[in-house]
Design a protein around this ligand. Structure first.
Ligand code: SF4
Length: 497
């Protein structure tokens, strides 16, 4: 069998950008490295796909042994169909040199049905396109599909005992949608095959298509001419506006015209960058500080959100609070105290988290967090899932104040913050002696992955090491908040440009 020119993934790549398609074909070495987060998304997708097979048990797997052996899968799929198999996983088809594999192909009393599994909870427009290609190739290969479904995660499912896969997954027919796109798919196959046959990487400039529908993995190559401090770094500037400036040849922040419409916060960022000066609105900062009353509790949560709910009473992708760090100052001059909690791996951490949190937040002092919506949101969910504690949790929510406000509002801004007001951008400027750099876990995403890993590993030494790193990371967040607040109070001096 002749090898394919396009697969489902290269077809989708070509629809997004033909340069990406040709770079992939001719210069794959220019691809960006896969980030830890992307790797996690891929493996999550594989795990969900395997679980979804249990919806149709007893099938035969037609997956190739390597990604170079898809032609063998096409032959195997055909022979399985000819033999009368009723359920085939990774059923693979090729038509007019376009190859695609379908997660699950099922034959029941009505005929053949296609099931494509997605690990998310929504049905996005882009799914209709890739499923339309599958539907087209399968039917053109001689399989008379009578229906086509998307299988995705039901985010309303609440675990109770063993996972009930029939409630965990939504199955939605998209047959009419995919059939509507037959003409489009046919035309695009012709167009993209012509592009491949030219053997030339087209000249295509960067644009909004670089991120829609997916972040292109050749960005490192195509965006290499964009320097630091470019229009793409202007905080909260919408993508069309960034490309409008870029299209006019305005690449650097310093070249944005004075009369270009921007928000006042964006102007602060730009003026601060151009003049290399900081903005410190002492009056507003003082008002903010005066609105915070001792005793002060500096609080930070860590969460993880497993696709498959691990604990009874939790939903897919629900944020599970597993850790907090709390620094406490009774008065401005009193000694700092530290409290912390980290859930025991393998057990639902939430109830213990609540009990310890209520105990540690005794009294009536203000609770300072960095980005109030996150901590308040998690507390509301805990109050919903553990109503016996809802009163205490709602009282905690009422005490929360947000340390992010002075930075979000640019009352305190330096050029080195580069438009960001995250604690990771603010801390090194205000408290240069504190740093995340020496920590093995240095951001929330890493903490999330580390805790998820703890659920599955048996190695005690590794477990202890991860626990140590998690505690150190979360403690740094609240210690950083204490020090930032001291700077705002005017007790610590920072050298400002
Ligand atoms: S980075 Fe943008 S221009 Fe370059 S290949 Fe990807 S989508 Fe095309």
């Amino acid at each position: 069998m002749e090898t394919h020119i396009l697969s489902k993934s290269t077809f989708m790549r070509g629809l997004q950008c033909t340069k990406s398609l040709m770079l992939y074909k001719l210069k794959p070495e220019l691809k960006d490295e896969i980030s830890e987060k992307q790797q996690e998304v891929f493996s999550r997708g594989t795990d969900i796909g395997m679980l979804a097979r249990e919806l149709f048990p007893g099938g035969v797997d037609a997956s190739p042994e390597t990604s170079y052996q898809y032609q063998e899968s096409v032959i195997l799929t055909k022979s399985l169909i000819d033999k009368g198999e009723k359920v085939i996983y990774e059923a693979t088809f090729q038509h007019e040199k376009v190859m695609c594999a379908l997660d699950i192909l099922v034959k029941d009393k009505d005929g053949w049905k296609g099931y494509e599994v997605k690990s998310g909870t929504g049905v996005h427009e882009v799914y209709f396109t890739d499923c339309s290609l599958q539907n087209y190739i399968i039917t053109e290969s001689g399989i008379d599909l009578v229906d086509f479904f998307i299988v995705n995660i039901n985010n309303q499912y609440i675990r109770s005992g063993d996972i009930d896969i029939h409630s965990l997954f939504n199955i939605e027919s998209i047959f009419s949608r995919v059939n509507e796109k037959r003409g489009f798919i046919q035309n695009e196959i012709v167009r993209l095959k012509n592009v491949v046959e030219t053997g030339i990487i087209p000249e295509i400039d960067i644009g909004e298509h670089c991120n829609v529908p997916y972040q292109c993995d050749f960005s490192g190559h195509c965006w290499s001419h964009i320097p630091d401090d470019s229009v793409f770094d202007v905080s909260n500037l919408k993508s069309p506006k960034k490309f409008e400036l870029y299209g006019k040849g305005i690449i650097l922040i310093k070249d944005i015209p004075d009369d270009y419409p921007l928000s006042s916060k964006q102007r602060i960022q730009i003026n601060s960058h151009i003049n290399n000066t900081s903005v410190i609105d002492k009056e507003k900062i003082q008002d903010f500080v005066q609105g915070i009353h001792y005793p002060i509790y500096f609080l930070d949560f860590e969460t993880f959100n497993p696709a498959l709910p691990l604990f009874d009473g939790s939903r897919p992708y629900q944020q599970i609070t597993f850790q907090y760090s709390l620094h406490y100052k009774k008065s401005k001059k009193s000694r700092l105290k530290h409290y912390e909690f980290l859930g025991e791996p393998g057990k639902d951490p939430r109830k213990e988290f609540i009990i310890r949190l209520i105990k540690d937040l005794w009294g009536n002092g203000d609770i300072l967090v960095y980005n109030k919506s996150f901590e308040s949101g998690r507390l509301k969910e805990l109050a919903r899932d553990f109503p016996e504690y809802s009163l205490e949790l709602e009282n905690i929510i009422l005490r929360i104040k947000d340390l992010m406000i002075p930075f979000q509002n640019k009352w305190y801004y330096t050029p080195d913050m580069k438009g960001s007001y995250s604690i990771k951008a603010v801390l090194p400027i205000l408290v240069p002696d504190l740093s995340y750099n020496n920590l093995s876990i240095s951001n929330g995403g890493m903490a999330m992955n580390a805790y998820e890993e703890l659920q599955y590993i048996q190695n005690t030494r590794k477990t202890k090491r991860i626990i140590r790193h998690l505690l150190a990371y979360c403690k740094m967040d609240t210690l950083g908040m204490v020090r930032i607040f001291e700077v705002l109070e005017g007790d610590r001096q920072v050298e400002i440009i």
